[in-house]
Design a protein around this ligand. Structure first.
Ligand code: NCD
Length: 356
């Protein structure tokens, strides 16, 4: 069973298939599920802006017959008075049956799950992960491409800060025969820990600067926005923006069977004339996202009621995570905790790796 959804690595491939199938079933027969969460409450705690993720969670819960509470601007909540994440989550988990949370700090959802009496869904934690976008993406691929394996997947744009990219690569590396073509500037490459995951998975991957070169071989192109909010200055952002633009000319280099995905919002990386091309499936993708979230909420709530066992974290009193965006840097009561392998520590919250 899914207790929390922090990282899809904690969900088996069988369970992923169950979610994909259920999303399809709900899409085909929504009436059958329209009372399935009657009397239940979803809280959406959004510490960062969102349109699709927040509203698709709310719409998903309402279409299952449940209700929603929450905030989309923490400045209108007790966070503005200095309340800790721990206290906010503890309180809300007494009001709601399930919580979807988006936060700018990496590892925030993991931290929240340590204090919550209700299951937590990670709706995006800084530049780290975005597992429900990945559910959206795989439901889209399953329905629009017909398979999740033996695909040549191009990912283009901000591969460093794009949490959707990190989650998607991790999940797709579990399916046989997938190959990744990572298109970015050298400054916006995928983080080292994602490359290590790719190496360990045995999947082939290559890194390219030029999108045109990749186009002819791709089955899937996953375009992403340059994540302006993750840059330290506007100049840094400007240096990286406008480099990758998918227009109809570039798209003409792609196969007829290519599918173009984008988690949205788009800024300037796909011109709007591409929208008319049947290979552009990003608007459909946003709709699949609602069904994916319906399936997820349904499965997380319709399980035998049991008291959540606290996740046991062993505190490391010697080392602190050195990632400035890690939640442990903002919420000082959190115990520092790492996975230890040889001379490497990996932060249990944000996956940052440090040599010791
Ligand atoms: C993505 C996100 O928030 O990471 N958006 C979304 O959830 N659909 C992608 C982005 O903001 O670029």
């Amino acid at each position: 069973m899914i207790e929390n959804l922090i990282d899809l690595e904690e969900v088996s491939t069988d369970k992923l298939e169950t979610i994909i199938k259920l999303a399809g079933e709900i899409k085909n027969d929504p009436d059958k599920y329209k009372e399935s969460c009657r009397g239940k409450i979803l809280a959406t705690l959004f510490y960062e802006p969102s349109t699709r993720t927040q509203m698709s969670f709310q719409a998903a819960m309402m279409r299952l017959g449940g209700n929603t509470i929450g905030f989309d601007n923490p400045m209108n909540s007790s966070v503005a008075k200095g309340e800790s994440l721990k206290d906010t989550v503890k309180i809300i988990s007494g009001y709601a049956d399930i919580i979807a949370m988006r936060h700018p700090a990496e590892g925030a959802a993991r931290a929240a799950s340590m204090f919550s009496d209700a299951p937590i869904i990670n709706a995006g934690d800084g530049g780290h992960l975005h597992p429900t976008q990945t559910l959206t993406d795989i439901v889209t691929l399953y329905n629009e491409v017909g398979r999740l394996d033996h695909l040549k997947i191009g990912l283009c744009g901000d591969l460093k800060n794009g949490r959707t990219v990190h989650s998607l690569i991790k999940t797709m590396s579990h399916f046989e025969g997938n190959e990744f073509i990572l298109v970015s500037t050298p400054d916006l490459e995928v983080p080292g820990y994602i490359k290590s995951i790719l190496k360990a998975s045995g999947c082939r991957y290559s890194e390219l600067y030029n999108l045109n070169e990749a186009m002819p071989v791709l089955d899937v192109l996953y375009m992403t926005r340059i994540q302006r909010e993750r840059f330290s200055s506007e100049e840094e952002y400007k240096r990286q923006s406008g480099i990758y633009v998918l227009d109809t000319k570039k798209l003409s280099l792609g196969k007829g069977s290519l599918k173009v995905l984008h988690p949205l919002p788009r800024v300037d990386e796909i011109t709007s004339d591409v929208d008319k091309d049947p290979r552009a499936v990003y608007f459909k993708q946003a709709v699949y996202g609602m069904y994916a979230r319906m399936a997820l909420i349904y499965l997380m709530l319709n399980k035998p009621v049991e008291k959540k066992a606290q996740r046991h974290i062993t505190e490391n009193r010697v080392h602190k995570c050195d990632n400035p965006s890690c939640i442990t840097r903002r919420e000082p009561y959190l115990p520092n905790a790492f996975k230890n392998s040889g001379d490497m520590l990996t932060c249990l919250y944000c996956d940052n790796r440090m040599l010791i």
